[in-house]
Design a protein around this ligand. Sequence first.
Ligand code: F6R
Length: 366
Amino acid sequence: EKGKYKYFMLKEVYEQSKTISDTLRGRLLIPEKIICIDGIESHKEIFVNAESITIVACGTSWHASLIGEYLLEELTRIRVEVEYASEFRYRNPVIGKKNIIIVISQSGETADTLAALKLAKKKGAFVFGICNVVGSTIARSVDAGAYTHAGPEISVASTKAFTAQITVLVLLALIIGKYRYAIDDNRYKFLCEELGAIPEKVNYVLKMNDTIKKISQLYHNVNNFIYLGRGINFPVALEGALKLKEISYIHAEGYPAAEMKHGPIALIDENMPVVIIATKKGCYDKIIGNIQEIKARKGKVIAIVNKGDIQVNLLADHVIEIPNTDEILSPLITVIPLQLFAYQIAFSRGKNVDQPRNLAKSVTVE
Ligand code: F6R
């Protein structure tokens, strides 16, 4: 039931503190700094000896996969690539025995992801699944896996499943990194602590909803949006743009901030708002440069910044302040204002947020 919420999407966005906790429960023991995932533990050798990992998914789950690429490469030093399931399945991919395939799917029923899984298995690869729906076809077809415990996601636009997928990917990266002695012990412990603190920080971000609503009311009539982020927040920019497209029908594109000058900057004028993830660390100075470039062309800037930020505050038209965390955990926090922003824009435009036109919750046909 939707309870006090007008739409399931908003309810699900608000559930994320709890769903991230649920996904961590029994897997991350904070005082002891122990991470335990059965599907990894029982196949430890395969992960220790892996030469590469290919993550295959569609849509929002594909964006989580891109975040997984940053996480896994950083913490495990295994080479990772990410593919759209629809492309992977038709291009005779090179897969060897030491190549692990990870498939990510909220519904566990996506036709292209299932076909990719079957192809990978046929070629002899070990396939690990990250699904939300328990007992779904993909969950039943993989060699091993870990469920996201986000609970039923009713809204067509995926939100809490996305943060739960990232949570599982963080756990995976930490545990495999530890097995392979790829992470420094102090960093491992620090990240375990920081991960445990994420649910509380998510609650803090949710309190920004009123600010976000006010900003959205100034922009719900525009025709286009650009979303920018760098590093591990580049896929978050893609996800923010997808959320807006799906439910508000406003055209939006996500880019790595540095790609601006290779084309999209030509679009910038006073009618082109830019949402930019400008949290500290992740190339902060370069992000400031990007914002200056946009302002010089009269673009409007809505920036996601850390609490206490000064520099971006001076440049941007609007800022949304969020708590600080380690850069590689930041997508769990930075995506929340983008979900709320998409919701508020769609809502002000009077759209049916939970049932966007032309979209189905699970895409069981090609
Ligand atoms: C976005 C969205 C879709 C799905 C995609 C994959 O909000 O809902 O892009 O993410 O269809 O679905 P799953 O994860 O069920 O395989």
